[in-house]
Each structure stands twice: as C-alpha cells, then as structure tokens.
Ligand binder design. Structure first.
Ligand code: DC
Length: 215
C-alpha cells in the first residue's frame, strides 16, 4: 500500500478524448476516477432548474456551496445546453473556490486517484505524479462531438457544433480564474490523428514514464 497517493491529472479542452483516457488510466492503475466537469455541470444545471442565470455569480456560488449531488445523475447533465451553463458558471471564482476542497479531497485518497478537467495539473493537484494535457484540433473535436450527437438522435449540423466548441474553448481559456492551459510539466498528447485505442496506449505509456520519474 502506498503511503502517499498516486495522483494522475488529465486536462484538456472539450471532446479532446480526455474523459475516455482518464477512465482507461483509472482502470490501468486500479484507481478511482473523478470527472470534474460533472461538478461544474451540476452547478450549471442547479442554477437553471432554480430559474436562475448562470452568469449570476452570487447565485451560482450558492448552488456550488450546497451542491445537490443527485444532479450528477440527472439525464440533462451531459447535454450541450448544460455544457454551456457549466462553462459560464465555471468562470466565477466563487464557484471554483466552493468546489476546490471536494476535488482536493478526492485526489488525496489512498492509494491515489485520476482526475480529469481543465485545471487539475495547474490548480487542483499541482504536485500530481503524472500530468497529461490532451488536445485535438477544434475541427476534429467538433466532428467527434457531432458523431456522438447523431448517435443519440440529435440532428444538429457540424458547423453549429464547431461554433459551440470554439465558444467554449475561448471562454474556458480566457477566463481569469484557473483558465485552461497546459501545466509546464504536463506531457502533451494530441489525439487529432489518433484512433481512441492508440490514444489510450500512448497515454498509458506517457503516464508510466512520468510515474517512473516521480512516483
Ligand atoms: O469537461 P466538461 O466538458 O464536462 O466540462 C464542462 C465545463 O466545465 C467546461 O466547459 C469548463 C468547466 N470545467 C472547468 O472549468 N474546470 C474543470 N476542472 C472541469 C470543467
């Protein structure tokens, strides 16, 4: 049994493949996994369900402080509309502060944890043993998200999905509080040209190398 938790941080923009990669790493290392985007999505959904505006920082922070975890299983959590709500509430520093301890406590459990999000390697777990920054071109990410929507019976066109992804990238990267950016010590994994199985294999190799160095 490890005496210090093994922390694996996976960050990257929407539809980069980071969620699939983080889940595969969790299986590989036998560790629990937290998709931190779901926390922001739950806050965005809570604000909307209460009839509020996600841009209202005071209201969003109040929902983040008394997070209704039942919303993590809500069927609307992962919808495109709620992704937008999540991106808006996540720019409020008070919302980020309210969700910080929960994420750090998850990272601190033994024997370790895999977390994915936007600021895991930079803010939540800057001392993580392995950090990956997973990315792909906006066009490829839009193509993947569009295919996912089509499979789910949603007939939105590719260009509108690309516009949403570009807007979310801009908001998540340009906000003042914990913006999306690659940590200096994060390994870059560009999945644009990779099938998901190859991306996972590459991620496992990068993490093994980082753990051998730091673990
Ligand atoms: O990973 P996702 O697409 O489910 O995330 C939804 C939004 O939540 C994303 O646009 C930005 C925000 N988010 C964040 O700011 N920090 C995180 N660690 C995870 C997500």
């Amino acid at each position: 049994m490890r005496r210090a938790p093994l922390i694996i941080a996976v960050d990257g923009p929407a539809a980069s493949g980071k969620g699939t990669i983080a889940r595969a790493l969790a299986r590989e290392y036998g560790l629990p996994h937290l998709d931190t985007g779901k926390l922001y999505r739950a806050v965005g959904l809570a604000v909307r369900l209460a009839g509020g505006d996600p841009a209202d920082a005071v209201r969003a922070e109040a929902h983040a402080r008394s997070l209704d975890t039942a919303l993590l299983d809500d069927p609307d959590l992962m919808s495109s509309a709620n992704a937008e709500n999540a991106s808006i509430v996540s720019a409020h520093p008070g919302v980020r502060a309210a969700l910080l301890d929960r994420q750090r406590a998850f990272a601190a459990q033994l024997p370790g944890a895999v977390l994915d999000g936007r600021d895991i390697g930079t803010v939540i777990a800057p001392h993580a043993h392995a950090k990956l920054f997973v990315t792909a071109s906006p066009e490829e990410r839009a193509r993947r998200r569009h295919a996912e929507l089509v499979r789910g019976g949603d007939d939105r066109d590719l260009l509108s999905v690309l516009a949403d992804i570009a807007a979310r990238d801009a908001r998540d990267s340009n906000r003042a509080a914990a913006p999306l950016h690659r940590a200096d010590d994060a390994a870059l994994l560009d999945t644009t040209e990779l099938a998901i199985d190859s991306a996972v294999q590459r991620a496992i190799a990068l993490v093994a190398a980082a753990v051998a160095r730091t673990g």
